[in-house]
Design a protein around this ligand. Sequence first.
Ligand code: SF4
Length: 411
Amino acid sequence: MSLHIVEEANRCLQCRRPLCQEGCPVHTPIPEVIRLFREHDLETAGAILFENNPMSAICSIVCNHGSQCEGHCVQGRRGNPIHFSSIEAYVSESYLGRDMHRIVASKAAPNGRAAAVVGSGPAGMVVAIRLALAGCEVTMFEQKPKIGGVLEYGIPDFRLPKSYVERYRELLVSLGVRIRTATTIGGALKIEDLLRDGYDAVFVGTGAWRARTLGIRGQARGNVFFGIDYLVNPDDCETGRNVAVIGVGNVAMDVARTALRKGARHVTLFSNWGGVSASSDEVEFAELDGAQIEYGLSVVAVDEGGPVFKRSILAEDGSFAGMGDETVHFDADTTIFCVSQVPKNKLLLTTRGLEATDGGTLRVDENGMTTVPGVFGAGDVVTGPKTVVHAVAGAKLAADGMLRYMGISGS
Ligand code: SF4
């Protein structure tokens, strides 16, 4: 591993216009980090990565590098791109492990401001870390028993070991963040209660946890799950040997690979067009694990024996152009729907003045502030389902907006 990443770092051309950095949604200063790595200055490299992206250790594992940093690297034009994700994983992991005390020591003196962070996924973690480092008193509220959001309950542990979430929990606690799990804001407590109780600003990063339904017959049957719910606790879901997965995005790939690890013998994913929306890496892993993909089938119902499809009519480019008449029945013990998610609407229903877009996501301005003064948002609840690094980008913007709103200088 170390030999491999040293070789990779030595191949870097230190481009004056680093396309790798342009391809990264949070513009990680990749050449600088590689230079410091070559100079054996892991501490500074780790500090730069963490300052730019507190979730760097996680993004180095779960990002779609092939379409971001590595997909843009000039070395990829002639051969293999610099495998920066391996370098980033090494540097960030060791920084979090070895130098966590330095992060904690860099915390500013208390500034007298208090903030509530609702939701503890990547966006909530980034905001909590940034505000705590700026000297705010931060309380994090999480509906589920453990923090982490999609990192704990959405990404399977064979892709992201749960020890990473634990590492971040330790960091948050060390930074003085108070964590209230199993507490729903929008239930017994509302955002108005948070503002009444002295929080100067509130961050909402509650994700997109409501499965999108297709409105077809059979989705309420006992042999059906929604992928986002299935991933929360797959051990409690009895799927049988034959599993049909409706959808071909990254969640669908995670569901397929999880089902195969939990005892399913045959897992088939269904695309209603001629392609997939998941990243190529995830598709390759799913196929390597034994999943099969069927194309051009549009689900129209689920019955006791499994999903029922109509064969799709495809345009020349493979896109969906309609449904034909032919009906296809597929035998499956369980059908799992993975056709996207939307935010739950608890906060919208319980917070006066909080507005959503037509798509059901939180409406925010250029500072990440919602339509309620002092209440900010980022992550999937604002963008709809996206990746961890996109949540980080939004969370950085919202954290800066919150600091400005609270009148904290330097922000
Ligand atoms: Fe190095 Fe590739 Fe980035 Fe150039 S584009 S600085 S070679 S990682």
